[in-house]
Design a protein around this ligand. Structure first.
Ligand code: ADP
Ligand code: MG
Length: 363
């Protein structure tokens, strides 16, 4: 299976004009989903890109969730890890897609995903008459300037160097990350909102922080029966804005600065290029984000949502996002399930040690 790449074009914002629309989509309902955009150097020509699906501005939050995310929940419970990430320029709808608004109608992919995870947990527990117990726990962190910060920790308590990351049996783990159990959607939402305040608090201190940090939510599902434990993780990632600052800032110092801030996205593009060209060396290790995302290295299911703005002011950045997405869709991912861990016969005894073990299994 390759990485599933779906594009979502957001509606016009209040200050945007319909005469400036340059991104066209077709086939929202059909097999071939195509996006067309003019060649910036010769507008009589246009480029076409094909993705697994394309959602236009009329697409609802519910539709994106039902079509792209709901099917992954079943796989998650079969033991597959799932990675969902939103890629795009700042202002194209990544946070709207992942987190969304407060109302039921506006809720993004993440609260809907959790709701679906809990619904399935209750069903499994009911169908097995309580034989299988499902536990859900979350971690939430951000990567800013190549440093990893726990979003359950108030910004003033953070160590500036951030948390270390390490390889653990083929998976990249963040060492010392808080893991919070959450047994209901309500509990999850309270924790998620609390952590998001930590993300936005720091945004006021550092200029445009949130659009330059990657936010990674990791939800661990543990299914325990009398004799085995199966752990799988879904990661939902709101990446930093992919705009090419180098194009707009011309001074050399500024270039170095923005290159450092956006280095991870630059490395990600290099990784994707290296993978698509089947090069032997993939530069994953050159940034923490690419190590954690491990695109094409991790087993399971990966879905990328490419967020796009329809208007001319984003033209060059939109084109570079489309080119990036075009290469990403060729990346192969192995659909390999996490193997269950067999428990010693002593009933329930192993659960706590299992879950502390599982803490390290973070993407
Ligand atoms: P990003 O996280 O990519 O920087 P945001 O999610 O903050 O972008 O979206 C930018 C603006 O566009 C916000 O005001 C958001 O409410 C609005 N927006 C984005 N996508 C949609 C959508 N599908 N429907 C309505 N408004 C949207
Ligand atoms: Mg955002």
């Amino acid at each position: 299976m390759s990485v599933r790449v779906v594009a979502r074009i957001r509606p016009l914002l209040k200050q945007e004009l319909s005469k400036d629309i340059i991104v066209e989509s077709s086939g929202a309902e059909s097999e071939t989903s195509i996006i067309k955009i003019p060649n910036p150097r010769n507008e009589s020509e246009s480029y076409s890109f094909q993705f697994n699906s394309v959602y236009d501005q009329a697409a609802t939050q519910q539709q994106i969730f039902d079509d792209e995310v709901a099917p992954t929940v079943k796989s998650l419970y079969k033991g597959l890890d799932v990675t969902l990430f939103a890629y795009g320029v700042t202002g194209t709808g990544k946070t709207h897609t992942m987190r969304g608004g407060k109302s039921m109608h506006d809720r993004g992919v993440i609260p809907r995903l959790l709701s679906s995870i809990y619904r399935r947990a209750r069903k499994i527990e009911k169908d097995t008459a309580g034989e299988t117990k499902v536990d859900v726990a979350m971690s939430y962190y951000e990567i800013y300037c190549d440093r990893v910060y726990d979003l359950f920790e108030a910004p003033e308590k953070r160590t500036p160097a951030g948390l270390p990351i390490r390889d653990n049996g083929g998976k990249t783990v963040v060492v010392g990350l808080t893991e919070r159990p959450c047994t209901t959607l309500k509990e999850f939402e309270a924790l998620y909102d609390e952590a998001n305040i930590n993300r936005s608090t720091s945004a006021t201190k550092l200029n445009a922080h949130s659009s330059r940090s990657h936010a990674i939510l990791s939800v661990k599902v543990t299914q325990t029966t009398a004799d085995q434990v199966r752990i799988s993780t879904v990661s939902a990632i709101d990446l930093a804005g992919s705009e090419d600052n180098r194009r707009t800032e011309n001074g050399k110092d500024r270039m170095v600065e923005s290159a450092a801030i956006n280095k991870s996205l630059f490395v990600l593009a290099q990784c994707v290029e290296a993978i698509s060209k089947k090069q032997a060396r993939i530069p994953y290790r050159e940034s923490r984000m690419t190590r954690i995302l491990s695109l094409g290295q991790n087993n399971g299911i990966t879905v990328m949502i490419l967020n796009l703005a329809p208007v001319r002011s984003y033209h060059l950045d939109t084109l570079s996002s489309l080119n990036f997405a075009n290469r990403t869709k060729k990346i192969e991912v192995n659909e390999i399930e996490n193997q269950p861990i067999f428990r010693a016969t002593t009933k329930l005894d192993g659960v706590s040690s299992m879950s502390s073990n599982g803490t390290s299994i973070q993407r």
